[in-house]
Design a protein around this ligand. Sequence first.
Ligand code: NAD
Ligand code: UDP
Length: 320
Amino acid sequence: MRKYNASRPVLVTGGAGFLGSHLCDRLLGLGHEVICVDNFFTGARRNIEHLLDHPRFELMRHDVSLPLQLEVDQIYNLACPASPVHYQHDPVQTVKTSVLGALHVLELARRTQARVFQASTSEVYGDPDVHPQPEAYWGRVNPVGLRSCYDEGKRCAETLFMDYHRQCGVDVRIGRIFNTYGPRMHPNDGRVVSNFIVQALRGEPITIYGEGRQTRSFCYVDDLVDAFVAYMAHGGPLPGPINLGNPHEFTIRELAEQVIELTGSSSKLVFKPLPADDPQQRRPDIRLAGQQLGWEPKVQLGEGLRRTIAYFEELLQPVH
Ligand code: NAD
Ligand code: UDP
């Protein structure tokens, strides 16, 4: 029987990224010692700058597609570019990050008997023909398209997590994350919320891909970090997968209109071609997270957008 060992640190791969840096903040706040591993592909030093002098924080520059040797008690595996623009930039590296990264953290977990969380994704459902998406749905994914490096990489990572659980008894937790937004998204990230806010604040046209009738369900980052921590605190075994996201669904056009209203921007909407394999609809069924973790998101889109807009307003201030 695995014993919780509070004297060993918690590892966060991808800890300098958007979600990872918020998670590091939270774990330090809970009293943990935290090791952040990142290769800074999409992460930013400014996301963790405030932590560099923290006595319980350690930063390690490392690529998770290579093995790593550490003594840890818990692992959150978040390393992987999440924006379609970034994960399609070097698709082979994206697959290596997902699949070899998973393999290496699982080996580490097996050796150290650490509990390990996998940041999986709603992309495992592809362009879904079941709506909303429950965990039991197997998805509709193109294995040879432009998004496949990410979608299939994450699906293979889930497979590895379940096989290490069944074959080696590793205490795994698979969270399927739906679109999440908030402060510390990269301004050139390419994802819809950061794109629209940056465009609105600069008075540039808001780029809607397709007609903007496709839907997404947006979760504020603080709510998601609550879910991560609740999931890892569960006595288990609870391999999941468990959907983590906000079930309130909006069209992309509605999102654009809300961003324009909240920023008071004079930006106009422009329509661009829809990227290949862009899912038409996406909304999580989060009943399992409610039952197992007692979790549900609390922050409404308007409030989360206000907080995110405030962050980008400050970030985009000209430096004097
Ligand atoms: P992000 O791009 O801000 O963060 C990813 C981090 O991983 C970055 O700091 C990056 O430098 C690092 N990284 C990438 N490749 C690496 C490698 N080979 N070795 C070490 N570090 C590496 O993205 P995010 O939104 O914070 O996403 C974090 C995780 O959550 C990802 O695994 C992503 O797939 C998953 N996820 C996020 C969302 C979302 O909406 N934010 C949705 C579904 C899944
Ligand atoms: N999108 C858009 N304009 C943008 C960026 C994205 O209309 O500037 C659309 C994109 O086509 C998709 C949705 O917004 O339908 C969400 O895109 P994102 O890249 O944020 O995440 P996805 O859920 O597609 O991985």
